[in-house]
Ligand binder design. Structure first.
Ligand code: 6R9
Length: 676
């Protein structure tokens, strides 16, 4: 099993078995008396009077648990008739069938009825101190106008609208406008290149794209509309592009382009919500796999929203009136579930963060916490590792007394970063929740839940399953490992409402990727260690997906692009432990015979190509030109050997007897030592 940071499962075990368990007891009073106050639905669950009993109930009486939660927490136009109809081995996942609802009504209208002037969004713009607040009634108005506008331009129930925007209120309103009229959205991270965007627009067959003229991040202008122009050239399905004005700078408009604000202002502020089935598509979100093209994971209406809302409430100990600060981009699932859908379903005030952790200085996050009085802060380990290096003063300058929960997501958080987050940012007072989940899972699946008494947290561990989640570890033969203090492939043994339903246009790939590796179980692609106490720690991907600054990327995707360069014969890309980014990208490149230059020019050309075809974050940190790659006699590249070389674990190269030409390894070692 491969672990980030190049350590073996054994070393993780020793690191964590030495740690002292911490205990947080923020809830006063005896838990036994409080179970129904904690979760009102639990009052109806037979014999449930403790946390463990509630957790057990949610897993062993999953239908009854989710039915009660769905009735309590969602507003239905028509109640559901069946709770679930799932068969993981067939890839059939259906929740709350017969039920009709509208997600935008759940996120907006019902709060407008009770607290119209509550702030729904705080747009923390790039320039500190220039935040914009949008109330629930204002957000509903924006959403309705946009919904009407999309309808006027022919967008219908079942169509898919691509959104290429940085975090901003119009992006959220666009997502909700799609939900209002029954269209699916496909938000593409605004750091992706024109080609990556075009690929996603084509796969989703969008007729409509929504974007901004320019982005503003870290004091720099990003020409997003230009990228869209380039992408749309190769997307025959696109009929219209709506362009919002983030800056005052004019951009060239084509006959297909319309000014978003102008068009929406022509519309009424009332928009009839579409009546949606629970299992209609809410959105597609593309993510990388270990092979092939990025896949458009499909999430549907009721189950996704319910799961996002419940995890937001219980993982972060969210309460009415709290200000929730998730600093992820809306182009990732974290932004979908915890900047938009979870918080808005719960009527929260949610922060949209447009800037970077170090703009204008490394105190930015904590200055924002102070200024916006953030109660829950949710960020990525890569940013924590970066800020840690700038020193404690940048944190201590600011008042963080409003904080109640600190969250981490996207990649394993190393102990040093965890401790710093807890000790310096959290003043040893605030619990850190290391939340494990994926685009595929829709919401957090394994996490500490500090709002519950005696809920100890071990640094760097994702700890326990969320309600309704039953994790299992598999050995290499596909047998369930029942004992503790063991590592294996992480699977989930029963369906939950938030899980993805399929891959857009490719259900077979969904089945092959998630359902077939361990029939009857959902296979996550991650490895995990279960401690003596039964707590989970995620150890990293088991496949050829790497995690660069919390961004998922398949090594095969990068190789495909590198191989496109005319000078390249073949390549092998691997991840390696990187101080800040978690994993860095290391490319071994074999040039074609006739090419004898290995110049910096060629490296630059390769980097430019990756940046143009995928995104900047996918660019190799190191490019090592080699004469040949280590291959088995059957022609398979031995990536294990390449990883060991980069980790400088030359004693761990293992059995090289199946190598076609063992001399290749010596050359690679030599070249690596010269390069790094
Ligand atoms: C939410 C998100 C999913 C992959 C996942 C795993 C890694 C996410 C983690 C974590 C260790 C955590 N990952 N959270 N690894 N500890 N707390 O990030 O979704 O972009 O789909 O990535 O990220 O490897 O499989 P996504």
């Amino acid at each position: 099993m491969r672990l980030p940071g190049g350590c073996s499962p054994k070393c993780v075990i020793t690191i964590f078995s030495r740690r002292v368990l911490r205990s947080y007891v923020p809830v006063q009073g005896r838990w036994r008396c409080n179970v129904a106050a904690f979760m009102p639905e639990a009052a109806g669950f037979d014999g449930v009077s403790t946390r463990t009993a509630l957790q057990d109930y949610s897993v062993s009486n999953s239908e009854s648990f989710w039915a009660a939660v769905a009735r309590q927490r969602l507003s239905w136009i028509k109640p559901f008739t069946t709770v679930q109809d799932c068969d993981l081995s067939q890839g059939r996942i259906k929740w709350f069938e017969g039920g009709k609802l509208n997600v935008s009504v759940n996120c907006l209208d019902r709060h407008v009825h009770t607290c119209p002037e509550r702030v729904a969004l705080i747009w923390e713009r790039d320039e500190p101190g220039s935040e914009v607040k949008i109330t629930y009634s204002h957000l509903l108005e924006m959403t309705c106008r946009l919904g009407n506008m999309l309808r006027r331009y022919g967008v219908q129930k079942g169509d898919c609208v691509t959104i290429y925007m940085p975090p901003c209120p119009l992006a959220v309103a666009s997502m909700l406008a799609c939900a209002r009229i029954g269209a699916a959205h496909n938000v593409v991270f605004a750091g992706f290149s024109a080609e990556a965007l075009a690929e996603r627009i084509r796969d989703a067959k969008s007729s409509t794209v929504i974007t901004v003229n320019q982005g503003v991040r870290g004091g720099k202008i990003i020409k997003l509309k230009k990228t869209v122009d380039k992408a749309v050239e190769n997307c025959p399905s696109v009929q219209q592009v709506f362009v919002a004005a983030r800056t005052d700078n004019p951009v060239t408009m084509t006959p297909k382009d319309f000014a978003l604000e102008e068009e929406m202002m022509k519309e009424d502020v009332v928009c009839e919500p579409a009546v949606m089935d629970s299992e209609d598509v809410l959105f597609l979100l593309y993510t990388s796999g270990s092979t092939g093209k990025p896949k458009g994971l499909v999430h549907t209406q009721a189950g996704y929203l319910l799961y996002a809302a419940l995890t937001h409430r219980y993982v972060f100990n969210y309460h009415d009136g709290d200000v929730f600060g998730c600093v992820a981009d809306i182009g990732w699932i974290t932004g979908h579930s915890y900047s938009v859908y979870g918080p808005l379903a719960n009527g929260a005030t949610t922060v949209l963060f447009e800037s970077t952790p170090i703009y204008p200085n490394p105190g930015r996050y904590w200055e924002v916490v102070q200024r916006l009085k953030i109660n829950q802060f949710y960020g990525a380990p890569t940013a924590i590792r970066l800020l840690l290096k700038y020193g404690d003063e940048w944190v201590q300058k600011y008042d963080r007394s409003t904080l109640k929960t600190l969250g981490s997501v996207g990649e394993p958080i190393n102990t040093e970063a965890w401790e710093w987050y807890h000790r310096v940012v959290g003043d040893r007072r605030i619990p850190v929740v290391d939340t494990w989940w994926q685009t595929e899972t829709g919401g957090i699946c394994i996490t500490p839940r500090p709002s519950e008494p005696d809920a100890e947290i071990v640094p760097g561990m994702a700890m326990r399953p969320f309600f309704g989640i039953k994790p299992v570890l598999m050995d290499s033969e596909g047998k369930v490992l029942t004992s503790n203090n063991t590592s294996g492939a992480l699977c989930i043994a029963q369906p939950w409402p938030g899980m993805a339903r399929t891959i857009h246009n490719n259900h077979q790939r969904f089945i092959e990727t998630y359902c077939q590796p361990h029939p009857g179980y959902f296979f996550t692609g991650d490895g995990a260690y279960r401690s003596k106490e039964g707590y989970y720690q995620i150890t990293g991907r088991l496949d050829d997906v790497i995690n660069v600054s919390g961004h998922r990327i398949g090594t095969a995707e990068i190789e495909d692009v590198v191989n496109l360069c005319s000078a390249v014969a073949e390549s092998a890309v691997i991840g390696y432990a990187h101080d800040i980014k978690g994993e860095g990208v290391y490319a071994f490149v074999v040039l074609k015979k006739e090419v004898n230059t290995q110049s910096a020019d060629l490296s630059k050309q390769l980097n430019d190509t990756v940046s143009m075809k995928i995104a900047k974050y996918a660019c190799p940190d190191y490019i090592q030109f080699v004469k040949r790659l280590p291959k088995t006699r059957s022609g398979k590249i031995m990536r294990r050997v390449l990883r060991k070389v980069v980790e400088r674990d030359l004693n761990g190269l293992g059995d090289l007897s199946t190598l076609d030409d063992p001399a290749a390894v010596q050359e690679i070692i030599q070249g690596h030592l010269e390069l790094c």
